[in-house]
Design a protein around this ligand. Structure first.
Ligand code: ADP
Length: 397
């Protein structure tokens, strides 16, 4: 059984075709800068063939057609026709209160997704566009949608409720949902496999550190708390998102700068975080390089990021009354030796110690705490696509 997994962003579609017999990646790639003058298209298949080129891709529907053409290419494709694909899995950030599990897309589900788009206007609509595009080009194929909020459904009410008028919870579902759930689902299960122990017996802090970044406290298979909230804007300082701030800053700046709601939302989501502080980049490679050459604002941005991650590791240690495992994942967590080292520095009293030699690598699965250390510190490259494909298989079977 072959499952196509799509992760659609506002101007990009990440895709992966998985063979579910061995859970292997048959082909994957990205269509980026959709709607721009020139879009970037990349493709890699399991035989080792790689290709990158530019073309005009005006919208998500055209993007899906490009992806299917690449997959069916006579020379370097991996399928003969679209009938070879059993189903399509879509990542969706926000399930709102409607979805507690992945689900087969029906008309009723689509209505609820549209409602969920209201509370996640930046994240859900492009992912919904991906579903509509597949319905057009692959009519009759089952679409399954998987939510990043699902993993966090067990957060207790005294943690998920904000200190705001209770009617807002009742009327508008304003509460903490949490995100990166597909990534947390993969890494928490994987860590159980690595240590040959039921993952549900573990107390885990997982740090998903990518462009979007969050930390989750997971105890006995349930999220207790996580740093993202009603939207993925809360919590850590991220690439371009502000994370936790004093909410009073928002009306103050709106008045001073004359911003409307869309403008302030744009600044908080796309022009803040380490980009806003450094004024240089949201990419940690650029910031690490600039800081090493003495750029003060890049140093400040990195220190702020490190502090906030440490802060939540400390808080969640208290919440969980100690942990068994600390996991790093996401682009920064998987690749940045320097960030992992800085985050774990001086956490010895919490049992969190890393071996600097073991930590000196990138992009692989590895235990980086000393042998026999009580708290295992592990790096696990995430695999959200596999989590989606497994749910697709479960639901269509
Ligand atoms: P997304 O949230 O878009 O999926 P990723 O998980 O791919 O993001 O993470 C992207 C981030 O990972 C970028 O900030 C990038 O700088 C960072 N990153 C990737 N490789 C490295 C590296 N070798 N050193 C430091 N940061 C890295």
């Amino acid at each position: 059984m072959k499952v196509l997994v799509l992760n659609s962003g506002s101007s990009s579609i990440k895709y992966q075709l998985l063979g579910m017999e061995n859970e292997n990646c048959i082909a994957k790639g990205l269509v980026d800068k959709i709607g721009f003058d020139e879009s970037n298209i990349s493709y890699k298949n399991q035989a080792g063939y790689k290709n990158k080129y530019t073309a005009v891709v005006k919208d998500h529907l055209s993007g899906i057609k490009v992806i299917l053409d690449i997959l069916m290419d006579k020379e370097n494709g991996v399928i003969n026709s679209i009938e070879d694909i059993a189903a399509v899995g879509h990542r969706m950030a926000h399930g709102a209160r409607y979805f507690k599990d992945s689900v087969l897309v029906t008309e009723d589900v689509k209505e609820k997704i549209v409602k969920a788009c209201e509370i996640a206007p930046l994240h859900n609509p492009p992912q919904y566009k991906g579903i509509l595009a597949i319905e057009k080009v692959m009519p009759g194929i089952p679409n399954v949608v998987c939510f990043d909020t699902e993993f966090h459904k067990g957060i207790p009410d005294y943690i998920s409720t904000y200190g705001l008028p209770y009617e807002w919870l009742e009327k508008y579902d304003i509460r903490k949902y949490g995100f990166h759930g597909l990534s947390y689902k993969y890494v928490t299960r994987r860590v159980g496999e690595m240590f040959n122990i039921d993952w549900k017996k573990l107390k885990i802090i997982a740090c998903h550190l990518g462009n979007g970044a969050s930390v989750a406290a997971v105890k006995h298979g349930e999220t207790v708390d996580t740093t993202m909230g009603f939207t993925p804007l809360q919590g850590l300082i991220m690439g371009t998102r502000c994370g936790d701030i004093d909410p009073a800053i928002v009306p103050y700046i709106m008045k001073r700068e004359g911003y409307d709601v869309d403008e302030i939302s744009d600044v908080l989501n796309k022009k803040s975080g380490v980009l806003g502080v450094s004024g240089i980049s949201s990419d940690f490679r650029d910031l690490e390089e600039a800081a090493s050459k003495g750029d003060e604002r890049s140093r400040l941005a990195l220190e702020m990021f490190i502090y906030r991650v440490k802060f939540y590791i400390g808080a969640y240690n208290a919440v969980l009354n100690g942990i068994d495992v600390l996991i790093f994942t996401g682009g920064i967590g998987e690749n940045s030796t320097r960030m992992r080292q800085a985050i774990c520095q001086n956490l010895g009293d919490l049992g969190i110690i890393i071996d600097l030699e073991k930590n000196d690598f990138k992009g692989k699965e590895r235990v980086i705490s000393p042998l026999n250390n009580k708290v295992k510190v592990v790096v696990i490259p995430t695999n959200e696509e596999l989590m989606i494909a497994r749910d697709v298989k479960r639901i269509i079977s």
